[in-house]
Design a protein around this ligand. Structure first.
Ligand code: BG6
Length: 309
């Protein structure tokens, strides 16, 4: 069962029109919510999820019988022009501050843009797939979200400059800035990063080599692990689960928690919420930024699944 093109333009998308074009009974329905932000409420056989058109932002993902996988702040602002605090913001086409333009918004334009919903498909009994697109000159971005027993995220970036021009390659950074819900940040451990180099943003971007042990959290953490095409596993013994994060064509992993002081300066995060999440972000940033020739496309993907521990 599917709902497909014509593309829903962001300025005309309301829950009512989205339901008419893309709703699937008992599986996908749309709501405007209290702040008039249209979002899909997805109920697959083995998982539920919530996806906003604002930022193509997934705010909830929960396999049946499990605790929520994603953290979203109760103080998030659901307003045009503001990013949602939590879930999975898409950082694109730059990560962090824009080089040479400190006034530009942090983490790029994609997370505050209203995306087009292009298609909704029930792939089979287990999986529901939504496809969203947006254009940020010279790029056209296609984001495919597949909700099932695991969460599959696929980001395709196309440089729309015609291939037969002499234009130079366009550079971009990208990250799926995933806020994972945890029992308590001090009790989780992150494996998969041993021996890698990271840029420590809490220490003026010093380059540090990660030791052999899993990463544990004892203070503000803001690290960009470069040249890491591999997977990570977040063990959370108090919740008897581990989250496995697999990725393809994503050579960076960013690990972030603001801890007490930074959290208290963030108006869209409750002062007591920072121990409830850790961000583990798959992407291509800093040394791993992508140079995309005219007419070319780049694809990255991430798969997130929960296992018993
Ligand atoms: C992380 C960055 O990815 O995002 C941090 O490494 C940053 O430096 C954090 O503070 C949150 O950014 P923002 O713009 O969502 O507050």
């Amino acid at each position: 069962m599917t709902g497909t093109i014509p593309t829903m333009m962001p300025d005309t998308a309301t829950a009512q029109t989205l339901n008419q074009q893309f709703g699937i009974p008992q599986t996908v329905r749309f709501d405007d919510g209290p702040h008039g932000q249209p979002h899909a409420i997805i109920t697959a056989d083995d998982a539920t999820a919530v996806l906003y058109l604002h930022g193509a932002h997934l705010t909830e993902y929960q396999p049946t019988g499990r605790k929520p996988v994603l953290f979203t702040s109760r103080q998030t602002q659901l307003k045009p022009g503001k990013p949602i605090r939590g879930g999975i913001p898409i950082c694109f086409p730059w990560f962090g501050p824009k080089q040479g333009d400190p006034a530009a918004p942090m983490h790029g334009l994609a997370r505050t843009q209203s995306w087009n919903l292009d298609a909704v498909h029930k792939l089979d009994d287990q999986r529901v797939q939504l496809t969203l697109t947006c254009s940020i000159d010279p790029f056209h971005v296609t984001y495919t979200v597949t909700v099932g027993t695991q969460l599959e995220l696929h980001l395709r970036v196309h440089n729309t400059t015609p291939a037969n021009t002499s234009a130079s390659a366009a550079r971009f950074e990208q990250a799926l800035h995933t806020y994972f819900a945890v029992s308590q940040i001090r009790s989780v451990a992150l494996a998969g990063l041993a021996g890698l180099t990271y840029l420590d943003k809490t220490q003026a971007f010093n380059r540090v080599t990660q030791g052999p042990e899993p990463v544990r959290f004892e203070g503000e953490t803001d690290r960009v692990y470069i040249n890491h095409p591999g997977d990570c596993t977040l063990a959370d013994p108090a919740w008897a689960r581990q989250i496995v994060i697999e990725k393809a064509n994503a050579n960076s992993t960013i690990v972030w928690n603001p801890w007490t002081d930074k959290a208290s300066q963030m108006p869209d995060l409750g002062d007591d919420e920072w121990p409830d999440f850790v961000c583990i972000e798959s992407g291509n940033v800093a040394d791993n930024a992508v140079e995309l020739a005219p007419g070319e496309a780049h694809e990255m993907s991430t798969t997130i699944r929960v296992e018993d521990l």
